[in-house]
Design a protein around this ligand. Sequence first.
Ligand code: ADP
Ligand code: MG
Length: 707
Amino acid sequence: MEEEKMCSTAGLPEIFGSLVFNDQVMKERLPKEVYQAVHETAKNGTHLKLEVANTVATVMKNWAVEHGATHFTHWFQPMTGLTAEKHDSFITPIGDGKIIMDFSGKELVKGEPDASSFPSGGLRATFEARGYTAWDPSSPAFIKDGTLYIPTAFCSYGGQALDKKTPLLRSMEALNASTINLLHILGNKEVKHIDTTVGAEQEYFLIDKDMYLKRKDLVMTGRTLIGAPAPKGQEMDDHYFGVLKPKVAEYMHDLDMELWKLGVPAKTKHNEVAPSQHELAPVFETANVAVDHNQLVMEIMKKVADRHHLACLIHEKPFEGINGSGKHNNWSLVTDSGENLLDPGSTPAENLQFLVILLGIIKAVDDYQDLMRVSVATAGNDHRLGANEAPPAVVSVFIGDELEGVLKSIEDGSAFKGTGKTQMEIGAHVLPHILRDTTDRNRTSPFAFTGNKFEFRMPGSSLSIADPNIILNTAVAEAFDEISEKLKGVKKEDLASAVHELLKELIASHKRIIFNGNGYTDEWIEEAAKRGLDNLKSLPEAMPRLISEKSIGLFTKHKVFTEEELKSRYEIFLENYSKTIHIEALTMIEMVRKDFTSGFVAYTKELTEEALNKRELLDGKGASYEVTLLKKLDASGTEINKRLSALIRDVAKAESENDALKDAEYYHDAILEDMSKLRAAVDEAEVYIPDEFLPYPTYGEMLFALR
Ligand code: ADP
Ligand code: MG
């Protein structure tokens, strides 16, 4: 047994990345100058000469064909939040009915998919419907299902971003420039380049596939729209980190293997808090690779589930009454020499730099808290944020007691006593020596410092993490610029005290965003309001902030979005919200009318017959239990009918709106409200109807069936 296990894992290093055209493959196969040119392009975005591109294309194609590929695709990330691909074969006819496998530099570098059907928020008039895709050499190509996947950015003919990768790369560049500038001012002159690093923990649910297929709500919308709670939920805390059920363990193993082949460094897997909920965490990578990989993770999770006769649910709130799923975005900055800028150092100079970086980030999150909220706003995530599980809709920063103590002592000039682990004195010129503190287990904070990185916990499980990282990178770039501006020109010998003064200022103006307590409580929401923090509860409430003057100023200054790009995104997010709820409403109407009603009618029919039979038998008496039930169900039926009619009526009205924001507000205020009332009525009745009468599985069956 032991031996077998060793054999089966012995090949892992070979399996990992075996389907990826990664750095090692390039080094082995490309001529040295070509390899260097590609590297240069990947790092600095320098233009790649056509001869160079031709060589890379040929080598890439040969490698892909050796690994069984027949096609290639420019893989991109349109504003749907999903990925898109169009496959072309390598086949080129050469006469006589013969073909060769061909792939040119031009085909590698640029593609022109018909873009007219992707959301553009009005950016792309139909007469210039062409969009083009451009190779992103900083994210490696890979083979999946016989096709070579080339990660690309997707732009309109006029160069406007139509995707999530383009602004992400721009934001990484902006943050790189601002950080380098700041580090140089702080005297750290060796650093030439910094990267944003991201590790995205992904939560998901697994349920039986047959059950899934019987639920129109799950199939059409990803979440259950009706369904009474099971007698048991997550209150026993017996699922979190619990033993993996064999079927789940097999699935996870297969999933890891698939991901490893694609070079996705899947690392941790465990059961989550809710029944049937699980998590996968990868090792962190450069932000844009992490974003690409997270898209792959979500796709492969679903694909592998299908093979195991399971359904993988990535929606933020598949089940009411138990925890939803999020995606923790772990984020840090690393220099070209591998120094993590969020690692508290061991010398005063390193700590000085650390504190400036830390406060720069705190400042960014405070100044742009509304945009942080916007970056995670989706119809699905609205069910999570502010409910009693996920972080609230109020953005705050957790830094732990230790660091808070340090900041406090800097602010008031007192000596920091520490909590036993650290001793330091803070005079005007002496900055504290900070030990790395990894004790944070405050899971309620939306944005938590966890020792050597920040963990942004607001993103929903199905979100492309490009969105939060674009905003975070840009906001931090701006904060660093403002800090640099203040320190510019300060003489070397005055730097430490100038920094100290600046830190004091920063702490005083941004400490309102720091909160180490329990973020789920009502007291915090009240306290946050007193501190003047935003509490943007829903997408329609949050979204206008995306096109505020401040936001436009930020993004255009750092060349991450043009004003038009920003406005188009605003339209797309709003439309997406309204469309999502519209589909949910229609699905709910159909499911209640057909599926639920058939069960309801069948059961009440049986009850009625039973009551009549009994009465006949008992000379017109008896059957009081059946009659009571019937009366209850009849009352529910009346209520359901009323609520259903209201929903149908209001959905019909919604279709006549045409302002994107008003539309979204209407869906939020009227339709969601109707749906929730209809649901309450249906769920109340469902409790009385035996499972076998319903043509779909109940919560209890779905959540506890897997073995
Ligand atoms: P927890 O569940 O306690 O948050 P996990 O180990 O599940 O911790 O996840 C931590 C995540 O943070 C992993 O994906 C890890 O790769 C990532 N991470 C660690 N260090 C960094 C860093 N410097 N930059 C970005 N992400 C990081
Ligand atoms: Mg986490």
